[in-house]
Write a protein that binds this ligand. Structure first.
Ligand SMILES: Nc1ncnc2c1ncn2[C@@H]1O[C@H](COP(=O)(O)OP(=O)(O)O)[C@@H](O)[C@H]1O
Ligand SMILES: [Mg+2]
Length: 403
């Protein structure tokens, strides 16, 4: 907005007045240039009885065109939520002819809960504006998830309007979010089913086969004549190797199967996994667990177990740690598992959505699993600073079975 100063009446001009006049001429030229390039929409001309507002037709027209062609709803509202102006897009969103929208109340398109939420927001609408998500109730009965942005309009009481509102349709992004969530649920479920199948195959075929070979090796060693000492030793070593392979397969089978959670319970399985890790890797592991309900919902137990497995796997593979700490706590309403190592660490800067770090899907999988049960996963790490993986899962208000 520009405020041109009124020109004084003509009279002979002393030299300083010429300079002043030239300055005003330059200012007037600049104002004209701004008007021509569309940078000024309103002129406020001071007068004796106060300022007078002149709006410029061309600029207003351009703004109106912009708002009418927007792909978002735009409204101006009076303080009592009467709709003073709405664009065509908003009318389409609520499936109502524009002439019936304008002059009516916004309340008509909101549920009772959303109306209650909106009222205080409108009352104390800050100059910086506010945003919230609501469900628009269209006149054909359909509902549309939208985000509304509220802002007080610059002019104090100008044309009676007090608030400006932009309404953004969220249905497309909600839909993709839901699709993504459904997909990640399916992935986790498919992974578990596949693991169960592999565990069964390993147990039913490979373990049985290895046990049979082991027995045959022992029989062979027993049947070799006393003089064939070297061959007997070889047969016994073969038996031991096969025994080791059978034990490894058994461990892998056990790791794959969520069934052990049902049999042993979460705490026992986490302890068992930690001890097994320490034995295999030679890295000491300290575990501390708060008292938990006897059983948590099975999908939460499985998530904690799988995340611990993956985190320990990463420590063994990448961390070069000298100590690992695992803590299981229960902050109010949550269960939280933290796995810390004092290894070489890495740069955990988040990668663009859905992108895995070069190397694998471990961290991404952990995040997916956490999201699967409504939880969050935090990774804190830095070069030579070790790594902390923290997963926090909300517990249902009435857990299926507690102690
Ligand atoms: N505890 C850790 N200590 C050091 N580096 C780690 C740790 N955990 C993960 N990383 C780093 O993050 C990368 C990604 O891990 P992940 O997604 O599990 O894939 P992968 O283990 O197959 O490489 C690893 O390659 C490694 O560089
Ligand atoms: Mg990994």
């Amino acid at each position: 907005m520009k405020i041109p100063r009124p020109l004084p009446a003509r009279r002979p001009l002393p030299p300083p007045a010429v300079a002043d006049l030239l300055a005003r001429l330059a200012e007037a030229e600049e104002t004209l240039r701004a008007i021509r390039t569309g940078n000024v929409d309103t002129l406020l001309v001071p007068g004796q009885g106060g300022g007078q507002v002149f709006s410029l037709q061309g600029a207003e027209h351009a703004y109106r065109m912009l708002i009418e062609s927007m792909n978002e709803g735009a409204l101006t509202l009076a303080a009592d939520q009467t709709i003073l102006y709405a664009n065509a897009c908003f009318a389409r969103m609520v499936h109502c002819p524009l002439e019936q929208v304008v002059g009516g109340s916004l309340r008509r398109f909101l549920s009772a809960a959303d109306r209650t939420m909106l009222r205080p927001q409108m009352k104390r609408c800050l100059p910086a504006g506010s945003k919230m998500q609501v469900l628009l109730q269209a006149s054909n009965g359909s509902r549309l998830p939208v985000q509304i942005s509220l802002r007080p309009l610059a002019q104090d009481g100008f044309k009676g309007a007090t608030l400006g509102m932009v309404v953004t349709d969220l249905s497309a992004s909600r839909h993709s979010e839901e699709m993504l969530q459904a997909l990640s649920r399916r992935l986790v479920e498919a992974q578990e089913t596949e693991r169960g199948r592999v565990a069964l195959e390993l147990h039913d075929n490979i373990t049985q086969l290895l046990c049979a070979i082991l027995v045959r090796c022992q029989t062979l060693a027993d049947q070799l004549p006393a003089g064939a000492g070297a061959a007997r030793l070889e047969a016994l070593q073969l038996r031991d190797l096969i025994g080791q392979a059978a034990a490894d397969v058994e461990r892998i089978t056990r790791d794959q199967r969520p069934g052990i959670l049902e049999n042993l319970g979460l705490l026992a399985v986490l302890r068992d996994t930690g001890q097994e890790f320490a034995r295999r890797s030679g890295i000491p592991l300290q575990m501390a667990a708060s008292k938990l309900p006897l059983r948590l919902p099975p999908e939460i137990e499985l998530t904690l177990y799988r995340i611990l497995q993956e985190a320990l796997h990463n420590i063994e593979k990448h961390a070069r740690a000298r100590l690992v700490r695992v803590t299981l706590t229960r902050p109010r309403g949550f269960v939280q598992l933290t796995i810390t190592d004092n290894g070489i660490g890495f740069d955990p800067a988040p990668l663009p959505h859905c992108q895995a770090r070069p190397g694998g899907l471990g961290l991404l999988g952990m995040r997916e699993r956490a999201a699967y049960v409504g939880g969050t996963l935090l990774v804190k790490s830095g070069r030579r600073l070790g790594t902390e993986i923290k997963i926090r899962i909300p517990l249902p208000v009435h857990p299926a079975a507690t102690n």
